[in-house]
Design a protein around this ligand. Structure first.
Ligand SMILES: Cc1cc2nc3c(=O)[nH]c(=O)nc-3n(C[C@H](O)[C@H](O)[C@H](O)COP(=O)(O)OP(=O)(O)OC[C@H]3O[C@@H](n4cnc5c(N)ncnc54)[C@H](O)[C@@H]3O)c2cc1C
Length: 272
């Protein structure tokens, strides 16, 4: 079947965070979907109910050594971001060296599963560890400038004929009833709906997912002086207090972004 004869499916997506925009772009790249995003908050908004612009963000995986499914997802994510870092500066993704520091070496430390997929994975030598740190690992990873990445995704979605509309819906039924109409499809009927509303799922009628909960994080964003930026941009790190395993417990993190800023974090307060 030629491209012009393909069936086009109309998709209404709820949410314009990293999940909604990535879903929209992935569908548009397939070539037989027309996409409309409906969201209360859009890229460049800053609001406590819109999580994506606040993310650090650097790639590291907390998948358990036995969780093959999550490892596959995390590998695909890494490969995708590594490709963007190599090919498209507009995406706001850059390579850097990840460091994980433990104030006290965990008992029976096991190397994380991603040891085999990331370049330059190794244990740090005693001489490379900062004061107060007993053990550390390093590997090649990527960081993303979250607000820039959201703007990039939006631009890609619009360039492929996607449509974005500010609005709040009360239920998934209401989402299905929003007239579709885009440049790609003149039909107003949505064939498919996709729910990427994040914490909004707690309040959506018919969903009311109260297993979802907010996790509050406090961060500081610092503009780095030009003279130290060439060195500062080479490292991202997480520091774990005694008794903390990777991804849990008391963590401090430092994440450079491609625009000369560094995110210092943070706090992680569940149900807050
Ligand atoms: C301080 C901090 C640091 C973080 N650091 C990292 C990190 O380093 N790495 C990482 O992977 N993650 C990090 N995260 C987590 C990450 O930010 C979130 O997991 C992610 O952004 C969630 O994206 P989302 O698209 O699912 O939701 P959101 O970005 O919250 O988007 C939800 C969308 O749904 C819309 N919506 C909701 N309800 C409705 C409704 N009823 N009608 C219309 N629209 C609606 C909203 O307006 C919004 O557009 C961090 C989070 C915080 C707070």
């Amino acid at each position: 079947m030629s491209n012009s004869q393909k069936t086009i499916y109309n998709v209404n997506i709820l949410g314009a965070g990293v999940s909604g925009l990535s879903t929209a772009l992935a569908l548009l790249e397939k070539g037989h979907y027309s996409v409309k995003i409906i969201a209360t908050h859009l890229p460049s908004d800053l609001n406590i109910d819109y999580t994506s612009p606040w993310a650090g963000a650097h790639w590291r995986s907390y998948a358990d050594i036995a969780d093959i499914e999550q490892q596959k997802l995390d590998t695909a994510t890494y490969n995708h971001f590594a490709h963007l870092a190599e090919t498209d500066p507009k995406a706001g993704v850059m390579f850097l060296n990840g460091h994980d520091f433990w104030e006290v070496k965990p008992k029976n430390f096991e190397d994380p599963w991603f040891k085999s997929i990331l370049k330059n994975y190794r244990h740090l030598s005693k001489e490379e560890l900062p004061p107060g740190i007993e053990f550390g690992i390093t590997y090649r990873t990527v960081s993303m400038n979250a607000p820039k990445y959201l703007a990039y995704l939006l631009e890609q979605v619009l360039a492929r004929g996607g449509v974005i509309e500010r609005g709040t819906v009360s239920s998934l039924k209401a989402l299905a009833q929003i007239p579709h109409n885009t440049r790609i499809s003149k039909s107003s009927k949505a064939d498919i709906i996709v729910n990427c509303s994040g914490l909004g799922n707690r309040n959506l009628l018919g969903v009311h997912d109260h297993q979802m909960f907010p996790t509050r994080g406090q961060i500081v964003i610092v503009k780095v002086p030009d003279e130290i930026w060439p060195k500062a941009k080479q490292f991202t790190m997480e520091r774990y207090a005694e008794g903390s395993a990777m991804g849990t417990g008391t963590i401090t993190y430092v994440i450079p972004r491609d625009n000369g800023e560094i995110i210092f974090g943070g706090t992680m307060e569940h149900w807050n």
